[in-house]
Design a binder for this molecule. Structure first.
Ligand code: 9MR
Length: 461
């Protein structure tokens, strides 16, 4: 369904949240994908399934495509979980991110505990890669060919593959994957490599070596299992950029940002800022093609099992309600799409430039969709001054009312609409932007409607 048709259908359904763009619509407007890890066992939970289908345009198997799941006995493959994921993706017009082919963890017992000669082990590995990538040829667009190959000090991890085969196992895995599906993009993926440090330096040098040897590698995945309050967006951006400068695609592959539980509103607000910082880092790097979150809801996350006392790391809470982190992600995409200097499409030129502004702000008021009795509007305001809370105002045509809005608190008196910041987007740096949107009833809004910020008229952006 096109975005316009989707919005119209939501409008007719008359639900209050529905007219907000979904994450996938917002990400699509920036040319990025937004993905989630999918827990195979939850696909028959309708709430989970609906969110996975409607909010994401890429899916990664959380466990179903790992070696222990796929080849539990040597040479005997079980495709049930992987096939379910691919079918789900096809039903919902989604990409599939394949995770993962060669990894020291979640290996089947026969492989973990078996003794093999070096050449036998090499054949076992390349056969596995060839078979799995071949099975999903054309259905999986990206593969984590090698996962978590590094120690924290930047040396290669002493996995069974490295111990027996040396560094060449990595090149061989990539070559086997390329031969099995020449159109799939091939990634190496790791954690604690988000910023520049010994581990990411080791990864960087390996990727340089692989490139110089002509090994078919297309991208680097950065997992981003992060901690609330400990996220440095500009360091993440710089690190993504240095890998991109090698001519590689980069992806945020497993984003979650955990906190000590229980959560409270200040932790949730900080988490929202941290999600936003990661999204902004990706959006600032043109080779960053997408972001995958590692789970939808706090109820289903791996975090509490691994880090006792920590959790609440996902964009939806334990009741599948979107958290501030969800809105922050959404706003990162809508802001980037509405920013003429950003990576997305330029907004339409306003039909009416309005009165000259005061110079302290510019506003882009864009009617994204319109129909006989309503419209959907996106507004992006750029401020020259730092803001700590904001109030935006504008007038709608006679008889047109705000039916529901997002990324702000809305009130209307006559024609005049007043929007105040939401809890998570009130702090704006000098030169920064904020965005909000809304759906109208009783007629359509007009492109280029003048907006004022804190009582001062903004220039048309
Ligand atoms: O989320 C996954 C969890 O359900 C598994 O038990 C765990 C086993 O190692 O793997 C988790 O996913 C990991 C991913 O495959 C690789 N990067 C780290 C992820 C979190 O541990």
């Amino acid at each position: 369904m096109s975005a316009a048709a989707a919005t119209l259908a939501f409008g007719l359904a008359g639900t209050s949240q529905a007219a907000a763009p979904t994450l996938r619509e917002a990400a699509d407007a920036t040319g990025r994908f937004i993905g989630t890890a999918v827990n195979d066992g939850l696909l028959n939970n309708s709430t989970y399934r609906n969110i996975a289908a409607s909010e994401f345009d890429s899916v990664t198997a959380e466990n179903a495509m790992k070696w222990e799941a796929v080849e539990p006995q040597r040479g005997q493959y079980n495709w049930a979980g992987g096939d379910r994921l691919v079918q789900f993706a096809q039903q919902n017009d989604q990409l599939v991110y394949g995770h993962t082919l060669v990894w020291h963890s979640q290996m089947p017992q026969w492989l973990q505990n078996g003794s093999f000669s070096n050449s036998e082990l090499r054949t076992i590995m390349t056969d596995h890669v060839t078979t799995q990538v071949g099975r999903y040829r054309g259905d999986v667009q990206r593969w984590d060919v090698v996962n978590e190959a590094f120690n924290e000090d930047g040396s290669l991890r002493q996995s069974k593959f490295y111990q027996q085969l040396g560094e060449s196992y990595i090149a061989d895995a990539f070559r086997a994957a390329r031969a099995a599906d020449p159109n799939a993009k091939l990634f190496i993926n790791d954690y604690n490599t988000e910023v520049r440090n010994a581990k990411s330096d080791g990864l960087f040098r390996l990727v340089q070596r692989l490139k110089s040897q002509g090994v078919p590698i297309d991208g680097v995945g950065f997992q981003n299992h992060l901690i609330v309050g400990n996220v440095n967006g500009s360091a993440i951006q710089q690190n993504l950029q240095r890998f991109a400068d090698l001519g590689l695609e980069v992806v945020i592959t497993e984003l979650d940002i955990r906190m000590r539980t229980p959560s409270d509103s200040s932790k949730l607000q900080q988490q929202a800022r941290d999600y936003r910082a990661v999204a902004d880092a990706c959006l600032a790097v043109s080779a960053c093609s997408g972001i995958t979150v590692w789970g939808i809801s706090d109820r289903d996350s791996w975090v509490p099992d691994t880090f006792p006392g920590e959790g609440d790391a996902c964009p939806w809470d334990g009741n599948y309600q979107p958290k501030p982190a969800y809105h922050a992600l959404l706003t990162a995409f809508t802001d980037a799409a509405g920013d003429p200097g950003g990576p997305g499409e330029d907004p339409e030129d306003p039909e009416d430039p309005g009165e000259p502004g005061t110079g302290s702000c510019t506003a882009v008021f864009t009617v994204a969709n319109r129909w006989a009795t309503g419209s959907v509007v996106n507004v992006t305001v750029r401020t020259t001054q730092a803001l700590n809370g904001w109030r935006a105002e504008f007038d709608l045509p006679s008889g047109v009312t705000v039916a529901n809005g997002w990324n702000g608190g809305f009130s209307q008196s006559g024609a005049r609409v007043t929007v105040t910041n939401a809890a998570y987007n009130g702090t704006v740096a000098a030169g920064g932007t904020f965005s909000f949107g809304f759906q109208t009833n009783g007629g359509a809004a007009q492109d280029g409607t003048a907006v004022s910020l804190g009582g001062q008229r903004c220039a048309a952006g």
